[in-house]
Design a protein around this ligand. Sequence first.
Ligand code: ATP
Ligand code: MG
Length: 158
Amino acid sequence: MFSLKRVANAYFCGRNFTNYMSNRTFTMIKPDATQKGYTGAILDQIIKAGFTVKAMKWTRLTEAQAGLFYEVHKERPFYGELVAFMSSGPIVAAILEKENAVADFRKLIGATNPAQAEEGTIRKLYAASVGENAVHGSDSDENAAIEGDFFFSKLERF
Ligand code: ATP
Ligand code: MG
């Protein structure tokens, strides 16, 4: 019988499914960067660094959605500020693919605090402060999958 599960099994036959999944990360271009007009330059840098876009959308988080996305930081003193900032304007959310995606993307964006970020990194070039730091990058394969699922349905990934 024809079923989506059978098609998926056939499609992934002969591939290492775990490796396939771990080659993805999730990013957001944050409201500071979209509002300053840096979206195009940041996407250009990401693509030139060898990442392929698997899903992308321009959207805006509600406070509730921003609170849920950054729930791991709920007890931190900057949580309220972070949620207000992340819902203050439009963002670009994207799933990116590349070998070693999570670690390579963290390297490309630089340290959380742009003052400590290496020259040439996205945060060094485009971020103003530790709070408003231009981009998000997943910190593990597991979180990359969770965060991608937060924004995108299966029909929105290519
Ligand atoms: P992100 O998860 O957004 O990629 P990160 O992994 O580099 O950033 P986290 O420790 O996960 O850093 O912090 C999440 C976000 O919370 C940071 O990107 C920043 O916007 C905000 N943040 C972190 N530390 C501070 C701080 N000391 N003061 C204000 N905001 C902060
Ligand atoms: Mg983080």
